[in-house]
Design a protein around this ligand. Structure first.
Ligand code: GDP
Length: 459
């Protein structure tokens, strides 16, 4: 919010929830379970499918959570789950105030414990100061587990045999120990008094649904108690959001999938969007929402709407979006001064800008936020960067890297990006090395191993 902003907060928006964790630990299953339970428990159409997100309203949460959530205790309207868990760097997406996600669920498989992506997710959560809870998933796989889908998970836990509880405890306390190694204090959620100070660990099964009511109750409680003020928005004001993805869409050209966290976006609005080189000023051509599942025909997956209010996920079609960046800000101009809005977008982009040197490696990442996380990690490793950009590795990146004299700088480090096929060929011809992975530390490790080998070879 700018200093000149004197608007009245008129409404409370839905807290935005991100689900993250190591691959195969159950992020997708957990989201599916929450969505599935919401569909079963709620009236038809009670959950709303957004672009890149699912909104679960308070009454549905309270249906699922039973006595754990009394709707009279809450005035937040529900929870908006960002549901692109494969795309784990979305957790690095920013909003004006910090992280785009207001709250996060870190999913950890009880059989597998902390893994590289768990640690990386944790690092991102710590850096962005995002409150989170841990879903200790797959408790149904504990040998001898006696399921009870109708009782709060602490009661089910207490009702297990000593042997089962001991097995589960070993996993749960290992997770709590891992969090403690990272300087975080955590406990089983029913023992936590202050969720702002201590991280609650909720045993769950995305398979049976056990623990899901507890997970929702803890998240609602955490949001209502500690984050309510941050949810105050001017719902009719000009929309403010973050680009989730830039996509070509048949019939609409380049579109931006956007998470709107304040105000409203209308079909006749003028927009300022963060671009590769400069802010893009454009006019909305269409605001699109997914059609209800039953109505989807392949050639027509979206329906045009007149306006959408925060918090929501929407697809926006507009001219000149080719240079829009995932992770960049989106702002509606409407009755504001256009230059001022452009200035705000510039300031936000400058805030995320990466320091570059005359010589160094080329860095590519899938979003601005992940680029920043990558740059931070490289700074720690004392690796200078000559250029950092959002997007897949393209031939022109090879051109940049190939101008370097030293082997260690004829390199491109990519996080969560693809290598375009013509770039792969160019890299071979120009003797440029590519290092790509979806775990930051993996990319840097591989790069450092390469540099050590090069140095050893030269001696
Ligand atoms: P993601 O990569 O984190 O999104 O993980 P998925 O949701 O795709 O889950 C990975 C695998 O674990 C799939 O085969 C799921 O069926 C399985 N899985 C996820 N949650 C549970 C659970 O609570 N219990 C059991 N038994 N299997 C689970």
């Amino acid at each position: 919010m700018s200093d000149t902003d004197t608007r009245d907060p008129t409404s409370l928006r839905t807290p935005i929830v991100a689900v993250l964790g190591h691959v195969d630990h159950g992020k997708t299953s957990l989201l599916d379970k929450i969505r599935g339970s919401a569909v079963i428990e709620g009236e038809a159409g009670a959950i709303t499918q957004h672009i890149g997100a699912t909104a679960v309203p308070l009454d549905v949460i309270s249906e699922i959570a039973g006595e754990l959530v009394d709707p009279d205790d809450f005035d937040l309207p529900g929870l908006l789950f960002i549901d692109t868990p494969g795309h784990h760097s979305f957790t690095t997406l920013r909003s004006r105030g910090g992280a785009l996600a207001d709250i996060a669920i870190l999913v950890v498989d009880v059989n597998d414990g902390f893994q590289p992506q768990t640690l990386e997710a944790l690092d991102i959560l710590k850096r962005s100061q995002t409150p989170f809870i841990v879903a200790a998933n797959k408790i149904d796989t504990v040998p001898g587990w006696n399921p009870n889908e109708d009782s709060p998970i602490n009661a089910t836990y207490d009702a297990q045999s000593d042997r089962v509880r001991q097995t589960l405890d070993t996993s749960l306390y290992e997770i709590i120990g891992n969090l403690s190694d990272e300087g975080l204090s955590a406990d089983l959620y029913w023992r936590v008094q202050n969720f702002q100070r201590n991280i609650g660990v909720v045993p769950v099964s995305a398979m049976t649904g056990e623990g899901v009511p507890d997970l929702l109750a803890v998240m609602m409680g955490l949001s209502q108690r500690y984050m309510k003020e941050e949810m105050e928005i001017d719902v009719a004001g000009p929309g403010v959001g973050t680009v989730l993805e830039v996509k070509e869409e048949k019939g609409f050209g380049t579109t931006i999938d956007t998470v709107l966290y304040d105000g409203t976006i209308r079909a006749d609005d003028e927009l300022v969007v963060g671009g590769m080189n400069e802010p893009i000023v454009t006019d909305v051509r269409a605001i699109l929402q997914p059609r209800p599942l039953a109505e989807i025909r392949t050639e027509n997956r979206f329906e045009k709407v007149d306006s959408v209010s925060a918090a929501a996920g929407v697809k926006v079609a507009a001219p000149d979006l080719a240079d829009a960046m995932a992770g960049a800000p989106v702002r509606v101009v409407r009755n504001r001064d256009r230059q001022e809005v452009i200035g705000e977008v510039e300031a936000e982009l400058a805030d995320i800008a990466v320091d570059t040197a005359d010589n160094g490696v080329v860095v590519k990442a899938d979003t601005l936020g992940s680029l920043e996380a990558m740059a931070d990690a490289l700074e720690e490793a004392e690796v200078p960067i000559v250029r950092a950009e959002v997007g897949d590795i393209a031939p022109r990146d090879i051109s940049v890297a190939s101008t370097a004299d030293e082997h260690k700088e004829r390199t491109i480090l990519g996080f969560n990006v693809d290598v375009l096929s013509d770039a792969e060929q160019r890299a071979e011809i120009d003797d440029v090395r590519l290092f790509t992975d979806d775990v930051i530390y993996q990319v840097i490790d591989e790069y450092e191993t390469f540099v050590e080998e090069m140095e050893r070879a030269q001696q």
